[in-house]
Design a protein around this ligand. Structure first.
Ligand code: SAH
Ligand code: TYD
Ligand code: ZN
Length: 409
């Protein structure tokens, strides 16, 4: 039996293709000793809309449960990502922001990782960020922040207070927002006729190709493709005018939307659409095959960890990512298989991972002493982390990866 839901973009029928089962909130790190009954669980499952092909979650978690004062994800925790966003900001300065007194709005500015560069360059800007803790960090860095969820009413208020935006930007945020109609109506109202809405999010094509199933968790509601974004934009008087593939977070695409007819779509749009057709990304058979690969990774990973435990080898997790909640809860990996996870985020340290309750410890624990194996939950930061942890390798340590399949390096 397949389950159905209503598409949050076009109201078409969404057909389920994979059920991850009961899952906790991926960023809700548990205080040791807290009452288990307070932990929130929901059914994590993905489906595809038969009309617009948008891949999305079958169930939605209320936004206030995920994004609040204590939201623990701080974007600036990765040096690589700081460089990535600095590059984008500098490019905007010489392209979209060369007019008179330009104005930039960022949705989900988090701790100000991107806007910091534009603020320092004296550009008129506003970050819209509902998670109070990270918004305070951005404000302390000299960024103008509004603590709010962006939606149609917020867009109208910003337009009244500050005028039209030349650039609206959102990184790893649009895919977090199920109420897409309100967002795109707001974007259309806030955007100048010559403006552009840029957003970058994990790309479904990369998720399928790499079987990076851990990109699927409560906060990631949508999994975009050029095709689904093109259809989505058209419903709101906007047009997909450019796409750019990005290497960050395991493969993303940066989409550019402009008011319909205002800009000529680049050749890259047609190229990516053709590639998606050729790879049959939005076809049920492709999605079923993905599900089979996820099941194999689950079996292989548990078998490997069980074997290592039996052989008396020590294992530690590296990076208490939101993504890892899907892996540990799908596979049933708890402290018996992975005694602790090392993470550089102070707000996560001393807490337990959601659902399977693995203690999170500061990076000092990782080298005291080094484990035999490190399960790299933050595989999207592999380059940065492996460069930083060369002493672990030198001491004979090995990395366990589970994307695109379970392997040891
Ligand atoms: N842009 C940063 C942060 C991504 S995390 C980066 O790429 O690293 C996603 C952020 O979106 C969180 O900080 C969350 O609080 C914010 N968010 C969630 N819903 C939002 C909404 N409706 N409007 C604006 N921001 C939102
Ligand atoms: P990330 O993969 O960026 O995102 P998500 O939580 O959305 O899956 O999270 C990276 C996590 O890994 C974050 O908690 C910080 C941590 N981390 C380290 O502990 N050490 C590091 O060197 C890096 C780059 C990240
Ligand atoms: Zn749809």
């Amino acid at each position: 039996m397949t389950t159905e839901s209503v598409c949050r973009v076009c109201e078409g029928v969404v057909h389920e293709f994979f059920d991850f089962g009961r899952q906790p909130l991926s960023d809700a790190f548990v205080v040791p000793g807290a009452d288990d009954r307070d932990e929130f669980f929901f059914r994590l499952a993905t489906g595809m809309c038969a009309s617009c092909t948008m891949v999305q979650l079958m169930e939605e978690v209320p936004r206030g449960r995920m994004f609040h004062e204590e939201y623990p994800y701080h974007s600036s925790g990765s040096a690589f990502m700081r460089t990535h966003f600095e590059g984008l900001a500098k490019r905007l300065l010489t392209t979209e922001l060369t007019g008179q007194d330009p104005f930039v709005v960022e949705l989900g500015c988090n701790d100000g990782i991107m806007l910091k560069v534009l603020a320092e360059a004296g550009v008129r800007h506003l970050g819209v960020e509902p998670s109070g803790g990270v918004a305070d960090v951005a404000a302390a860095r000299g960024i103008r922040v509004r603590k709010a969820f962006f939606e149609e009413s917020t867009a109208r208020e910003i337009r009244n207070d500050d005028g039209a935006a030349d650039v609206i930007y959102a990184a790893n945020t649009l895919c977090h927002i199920p109420y897409m109609g309100s967002i795109l109506t707001g974007v259309k109202e806030l955007l100048a006729p010559t403006g552009v809405f840029l957003f970058e999010d994990p790309y479904l094509g990369d998720i399928l190709e790499r079987t990076s199933f851990d990109q699927i968790y409560d906060e990631h509601f949508f999994f975009f493709t050029a095709r689904s974004v093109q259809a989505m934009a058209a419903g709101y008087g906007l047009e997909l005018v450019d796409v750019e593939r990005l290497g960050v977070h395991g493969g993303e695409v940066r989409y550019a939307l402009a008011p319909a007819g205002a800009r000529t779509p680049s050749a890259a749009v047609a190229e990516l659409l053709a590639e998606e057709r050729e790879k049959r990304i939005a076809e049920p058979a492709t999605l079923q095959a993905f599900g089979a690969k996820v099941n194999k990774i689950r079996t292989d990973l548990v078998e490997l960890l069980d074997g290592l435990r039996s052989a008396g080898r020590t294992v530690a997790g590296y990076g208490a990512t939101a993504k890892s909640a899907t892996v540990t809860n799908l596979c049933g990996i708890g402290p018996d298989l992975v005694p602790f996870v090392s993470d550089s985020t102070p707000a996560k340290q001393g807490r337990l991972t959601p659902g399977t309750h693995i203690p999170v410890r500061a990076p000092g624990a990782f080298s005291d002493p080094y484990p035999d194996y490190a399960l790299l939950f933050a595989w999207n930061h592999a380059e940065e982390i492996m460069a930083k942890e060369q002493a672990f390798r030198a001491a004979g340590g090995k990395w366990i990866l589970y994307v695109p399949d379970v392997h040891i390096v």
